[in-house]
Unconditional design. Structure first.
Length: 293
């Protein structure tokens, strides 16, 4: 079984009431998420999804897309979440050039014509995402597992609530959702953060129980909508991409009590750099802290 599906099932068995996801003021315990994965997997199987297939589907904000990806992994298939941006959804022929089938939002499974879909040339239990105007990104299962284990070791994610703001279809979002769920932690999910008003986003940042934040690319710009706001409960802020000095200053002002962790996904998780807010703004290049210190 895929490592993430197995981890969610184990947490559901031992701690069924523990909250896995928070979304729109509702809690989704691990037992409920596990049942949803199994129910969705059975429905997909009845629709014709088979092991080894690469299934495209429209990624929507909230738990549904998480469940859909996990259900495909449970079947031994792989998911290709498709982002619907301002340019609209991809046309069907473009989808089926990359995938062996498309799971329609209404529940029907549309298989590509024989030979037209690109059959996966890698093990099916991988993590696939699609960026606008770019092809899918495959992540090897061993690499995926190593990231999950490294994140838990470094941040004790099983005992924390993490604010997951990143898009489900962003290839760099491994840590913000899946690593937390694999460790048995809680994800406070706001994947529609770009459409929230500044007041609503500020309110959620103030009221969340999370103390670890994963920063999406749009967050510095959004924080300028709530000038002067300080969110002191965050102990750690994870930055997955470089920002200019103005953006770093905005983040440091908003989260003055946090340690900023910059992780380049091309390097080992343990090799990420750690900065106090002032060093983060200055861009000072520090060696990682000794995890045993």
């Amino acid at each position: 079984m895929h490592p993430l599906v197995s981890a969610i099932h184990d947490v559901a068995r031992h701690h069924p009431g523990k909250v896995a996801l928070r979304w729109n003021c509702h809690d989704f315990p691990y037992a409920a998420v596990d049942r949803q994965i199994n129910t969705k997997a059975l429905a997909m199987q009845l629709k014709g999804v088979r092991a080894g297939e690469l299934v495209a589907f429209a990624a929507a904000p909230g738990p549904d897309s998480l469940v859909e990806s996990a259900a495909l992994w449970a079947l031994g298939a792989a998911g290709l979440p498709l982002h619907s941006g301002a340019e609209g959804t991809l046309p069907a022929h473009a989808i089926l050039e990359q995938a062996t089938g498309f799971m329609h939002p209404d529940g029907d499974y549309l298989k590509a014509a024989p030979g037209s879909g690109t059959a996966p040339s890698f093990p099916p239990a991988v993590w696939l995402h699609e960026e606008p105007a770019a092809g899918p990104t495959a992540v090897d299962v061993q690499e995926f597992t190593a990231v999950l284990e490294g994140a838990e070791k470094r941040f004790s994610l099983s005992t924390r609530t993490v604010l997951g703001l990143s898009s489900l279809v962003h290839p760099g979002s491994m840590i913000d959702v899946w690593a937390v769920l694999a460790a048995g932690g809680t994800v406070d999910l706001i994947n529609h953060h770009e459409s929230l008003t500044g007041d609503c986003l500020g309110q959620h940042l103030r009221e969340t129980e999370a103390d670890l934040l994963v920063v999406p690319s749009a967050l510095p710009r959004r924080l300028r909508d709530v000038p002067g706001a300080v969110f002191a409960q965050f102990r750690d802020v994870m930055v997955l991409e470089p920002f200019d000095r103005d953006s770093r200053t905005t983040l440091a002002d908003a989260f003055p009590c946090a340690i900023f962790h910059h992780w380049d996904p091309s390097t080992a998780f343990e090799d990420m750099s750690d900065y106090c807010p002032a060093d983060f703004v200055a861009g000072t290049n520090h060696q990682p802290k000794d995890s045993h210190a």
